[in-house]
Design a protein around this ligand. Structure first.
Ligand SMILES: NC(=O)c1ccc[n+]([C@@H]2O[C@H](COP(=O)([O-])OP(=O)(O)OC[C@H]3O[C@@H](n4cnc5c(N)ncnc54)[C@H](O)[C@@H]3O)[C@@H](O)[C@H]2O)c1
Length: 272
């Protein structure tokens, strides 16, 4: 049995139809939260919402939205607060991996733009239109009025030449978290989670695809296994809980040690 510390609270999760977003939604629902799941993939979104609602008996509301489009994000935010007047947690998680390979000098402009639009502009737009209303809320027995959790990446900590635009977008998220943490203090905490290599929709749920990427970059993981959705969902639960109330402005890697004490992706050919 888990403690239902999220009873009476709502959580809005972008990129919620699949991968980390879905895993986080399940963990929050288990702890009593009502949920708004936001995603661009309508079919998968409806399927995920239905499953979580049936299994955990919480309200789970789907909102279709492309987070890179300002009008859609503004409409989504209005609808979200109409559906739930107690959004305490925002998981700013939607993101795309897109193309693997070309460095910054070779990447096509349209691909660069799409990655930056979804990954960086998208998370910025969602915070811009959701956090203001969160800040004005009051929760009984709570010193805070909300918690924002961004999904960054270890590519934002150690540059990955073959994920060039992706890397820039995630460096941006880690910087954005520090700025938002200042703007929203002392009412809302803002932190990032930086996953390493985890099997999700971004790798088409293929262990082989992810292993090939890791082999190509000669990645070595001190904890000697691949990451899971659960690894990230567990830290998100911690950041959503009162146990993390004195943590803001930080980026927490969940990567088996790759970024800090392992070997992150590198493509330098020299062996000496
Ligand atoms: N899987 C990993 O190893 C890994 C590592 C580091 C960071 N991340 C980050 O984790 C986050 C979640 O990705 P995931 O790995 O769970 O992949 P995923 O593909 O399983 O989930 C991402 C979800 O975001 C949705 N999405 C994509 N573009 C969108 C848009 N414009 N508007 C709204 N929704 C959109 C997708 O439809 C999908 O449901 C991303 O920000 C990603 O960059 C993943």
């Amino acid at each position: 049995m888990v403690e239902k510390f999220l009873e009476g609270k709502g959580a809005l999760i972008t990129g919620g139809a699949s991968g980390f977003g879905r895993g986080i939604a399940i963990e929050y629902a288990k702890r009593g939260a009502d949920i708004i799941l936001v995603d661009i993939n309508e079919e998968l979104l409806n399927e995920t919402c239905k499953k979580i609602e049936q299994e955990y008996k919480q309200k789970v509301i789907p909102i279709v939205c492309d987070v890179s489009k300002s009008e859609q994000v503004q409409d989504m935010a209005k609808r979200a607060f109409k559906e739930l007047d107690n959004i305490y947690i925002l998981n700013n998680n939607a993101g795309i991996g897109d193309l693997y390979g070309p460095d910054l000098l070779r990447i096509k402009e349209d691909i660069y733009d799409r990655i930056m639009d979804v990954n960086l502009r998208g998370q910025w737009l969602v915070s811009k239109y959701v956090c203001k209303q969160m800040k004005s809320q009051k929760f009984e027995n709570e010193s805070l009025s909300g918690k924002v959790i961004h999904t960054a990446s270890i590519a934002g900590m150690v540059v990955d030449l073959k994920l060039s635009a992706y890397t820039l977008s995630k460096v941006g998220i880690i910087a954005m978290v520090k700025m938002l943490a200042q703007s929203l203090a002392p009412k809302i905490t803002v932190n990032a989670i930086s996953p390493g290599y985890h099997i999700t929709g971004i790798y088409n749920y293929s262990e082989d695809a992810m292993k090939a990427t890791m082999d190509d970059g000669r990645v070595k993981t001190p904890l000697n296994r691949m990451g899971t959705v659960q690894d990230v969902a567990n830290i998100s639960v911690f950041l959503a809980s009162p146990l993390s109330n004195f943590i803001t402005g930080h980026n927490i890697p969940v990567d088996g040690g790759i970024a800090e004490v392992g070997v992150p992706a590198n493509y330098i050919k020299s062996e000496i």
